[in-house]
Design a protein around this ligand. Structure first.
Ligand code: ADE
Ligand code: ZN
Length: 326
């Protein structure tokens, strides 16, 4: 078994993917057609050519525009089903999925339509394949804390359908502290807490995500290594980093995959994991991320096993189930 075969075949958990970022251009055009929405691109090819990003914001602009085709419960179901099929083929046994309700409620789509459509696909995957999946509601950090509170209120009738909250969208200029009170409320509600930090933003945002928001994992976190003291702390406390290698290259956090710091993260004792972020936009699903990394960096079988183990250890699966994967 080659190393490439090993990383593809090994059971894994995915902990960082945005469901709206799994909407492939073909499905986007199909939904636009059936919902009578005009996309500002003439074809699937033209849309794909627009996926040449220079930074996080240049991606987000296109990603939010693409999400406008999602209108009905069926649309959310179909998008989620397509992702779960890809994840299942990549030997993902458990996935924790982000969704961005504000992108939809701002367009007049009811919270229930979004959550019910996604949730029904998760139930089908569990029933058909025994794959487990959970939802994490993300607040858009470029919007206000007040809007985050309003979103939380709208989601509370569906409290049993999501396990936690996260923080995503434009990082620079929107530090974690902006959402201190809403995260404090979510903590009281017993929700799991995560946040994107240290993707484009400085290591300081990782520190405040931990100290002010009390998050349990850091999404991305690759800039952690710029601060030696922070790196030692994150390693010591066993805080996992949900790293997304192809995303990092597409959004120019690293120039090329050969420059990615995954080996340094692991060598520093950090609980890094491999994830796809927005697979339809960044060139692949979780196994594509593993293959790109293992083809480009001097990573070994032991690293592969550690990454798979980290993915389950850092998951929000109940303790007994988690132990069975370790
Ligand atoms: N929303 C979707 N993908 C994201 C990313 N990589 N960073 C921040 N917000 C996002
Ligand atoms: Zn992300």
């Amino acid at each position: 078994q080659t190393l490439r075969e090993l990383v593809c075949a090994m059971p894994k958990a995915e902990l960082h993917m945005h469901i709206e970022g799994s909407l492939e251009p073909e499905l986007m055009f199909e939904m636009a057609e059936r919902n009578g929405i005009r996309l500002p691109y003439a074809s699937v090819d033209e849309l794909r050519r627009a996926y040449a990003f220079t930074d996080l914001q240049s991606f987000l602009d296109i990603y939010y525009a693409g999400a406008s085709v999602l209108q009905t419960e069926r649309d959310f179901y179909d998008m989620t089903r397509a992702y779960l099929e890809r994840a299942h083929a990549d030997n993902v046994r458990h996935t924790e999925i982000f969704f961005d309700p504000q992108t939809h409620t701002a367009r007049g789509i009811p919270m229930g339509v979004v959550i019910d459509g996604i949730h029904r696909a998760l139930q089908d995957a569990q029933r058909e394949w025994g794959m487990t999946a959970a939802l994490i509601l993300c607040f858009l950090r470029h919007l206000s804390e007040e809007e985050a509170f309003a979103t939380l209120e709208q989601a509370l009738p569906f409290r049993d359908r999501f396990i936690g909250v996260g923080l995503d969208s434009s990082e620079r200029g929107h530090p974690p502290e902006k959402f201190a009170r809403v995260f404090a409320r979510c903590r009281e509600l017993g929700l799991h807490l995560v946040a994107h930090a240290g993707e484009e933003g400085p290591p300081e945002y990782i520190r405040t995500a931990l100290d002010v928001l009390h998050v349990e994992r850091i999404d991305h976190g690759v800039r952690c290594l710029e601060d030696a003291e922070l790196t030692r702390r994150v390693a010591k406390e066993g805080i996992a980093l949900t790293v997304c290698p192809l995303s990092n290259v597409k959004l120019r956090v690293f120039d090329q995959i050969h420059d990615h710091n995954m080996l340094e993260l692991l060598d520093a004792g950090l609980a890094a994991t491999v994830n796809s972020d927005d697979p339809a936009y960044f060139g692949g699903y979780v196994n594509d991320n593993f293959v790109a990394l293992f083809d480009s960096l001097p990573l070994t079988r032991e690293h592969a096993q550690r990454l798979a183990r980290n993915s389950f250890a850092a998951s929000f699966l109940d303790e007994a189930t988690r132990e069975r994967y370790l």
